[in-house]
Design a protein around this ligand. Structure first.
Ligand SMILES: NC(=O)c1ccc[n+]([C@@H]2O[C@H](COP(=O)([O-])OP(=O)(O)OC[C@H]3O[C@@H](n4cnc5c(N)ncnc54)[C@H](O)[C@@H]3O)[C@@H](O)[C@H]2O)c1
Ligand SMILES: O=C(O)C[C@H](O)C(=O)O
Length: 335
């Protein structure tokens, strides 16, 4: 029996994400929370003949906590998306929404796995952590910034440049660091299958590939031309990541994925701080998922000189974004 909650369930990501979770046979209860339209989305999905029993909740009558009660996993795509010309940092207005949801989770579902999609992920994950800490409900093993879309894009773009687009599902290209521009660090030298040396050694091709992975989000924002950012690809990536967390926790199926987490979640975090030459508190790393969430943090491993330069740039940009999230003070609740 697994209860999943989507917060921001009526939005561009929320709706297809909720659909994909409804199709997950491991989920038996699915609660959809949003400030608008969630009951309608819930009734619609509830007609699908899969096990999950779906209910929709609005803020009235303490709806957030009612939705969250007994949750095993909460996936959060609540908040404003980008328009052309904006950076993810311009979305820091979402910090308040994240703080409110974190408090509701602390009150109603303190043991839930928390998967943060809301941008700017580099800052919103620390916002969640700080609110949970204040309520004594923080377990770093259970808090994840969802960076899966970067990994999905890396596999797609690499397989295409290699000339094997139909093999996209077979590609695994780790992406570490954070989730915005220069903080997104694709480890092309660790790609499996390997990227041919002729491509890796072609500086122009390699730079273009890295740039496309780092700025894939902008590609969608520009194409949607004011209509928002990635929603469908994000829903797929988010549902995939949620499924891996559920499989590890409830079906004993351990996996290694990348996610943006607190490096204190497991002892391996100290080793990563050594590798990156910094005491950054959060970083997207290779995470071994287990019954309690983060079971182990694995090393970044061998990277070449170009990746080392990109790593230094990622570390430099991440520091202030993390600090901004840590220092955020939520507005006092309205009386
Ligand atoms: N992590 C990633 O890789 C990634 C990828 C794509 C988008 N995003 C981010 O996800 C967020 C959502 O994007 P979208 O396209 O779905 O936006 P959207 O505007 O379509 O949907 C957001 C939803 O959040 C709801 N919401 C607002 N305040 C809320 C609150 N306090 N509680 C619950 N729900 C609330 C809105 O009513 C809306 O339905 C954005 O911040 C976007 O930047 C992250
Ligand atoms: O680009 C955005 O603003 C949304 C998301 O972070 C993405 O990577 O698509």
């Amino acid at each position: 029996m697994v209860k999943a909650v989507v917060a921001g369930a009526a939005g561009g990501i929320g709706q297809p994400l909720s659909l994909l979770l409804k199709l997950n046979p491991l989920i038996t209860e699915l609660s959809l929370y949003d400030v608008v339209n969630s009951p309608g989305v819930a009734v619609d999905l509830s007609h699908i003949n899969t096990p999950a029993q779906v209910k929709g909740f609005l803020p009235e009558n303490n709806g957030a906590e009612e939705a969250l009660k007994g949750a095993d996993i909460v996936v959060i795509p609540a908040g404003v998306p980008r328009k052309p010309g904006m950076t993810r940092d311009d979305l820091f207005v979402n910090a308040g929404i994240c703080a409110t949801l974190a408090q509701a989770i602390a009150n109603a579902a303190p043991k839930a796995f928390i998967l943060v999609i809301s941008n700017p992920v580099n800052s919103t994950v620390p916002v969640f952590a700080e609110v949970l800490k204040k309520s004594g409900a923080y377990d770093p093993k259970r808090l994840f910034g969802v960076t899966t879309l970067d990994v999905v894009r890396a596999a797609t773009f690499v397989s295409s440049v290699v000339g094997k687009p139909l093999d996209a599902p077979k590609y695994n290209v780790p992406v570490v660091g954070g989730h915005s521009g220069a903080t997104i660090l694709p480890l092309l030298t660790q790609s499996e299958p390997q990227i041919p040396a002729a491509i890796l050694n072609d500086q122009a091709k390699r730079d273009a590939l890295i740039k496309r992975i780092q700025f894939g989000g902008d590609e969608v924002v520009e194409a949607k031309n004011g209509g928002g950012s990635a929603t469908l690809s994000m829903a797929q990536a988010g549902a995939h990541f949620a499924n891996l967390v559920i499989q590890a926790a409830f079906a004993g199926k351990t996996t290694v994925v990348q996610s943006y987490i607190d490096l204190e979640a497991a002892p391996g975090g100290k080793g990563v701080q050594k590798e990156i030459g910094s005491d950054l508190a959060y970083f997207s790393v290779n995470v071994e998922l287990g019954r309690d969430g983060v079971q182990n943090i694995l090393p970044i491993g061998n990277i070449d000189d170009q990746e080392k330069t990109l790593l230094a740039a990622a570390v430099k940009e991440l520091g202030p974004s993390i600090e901004k999230g840590v220092q955020f003070t939520p507005a006092p609740p309205k009386l």
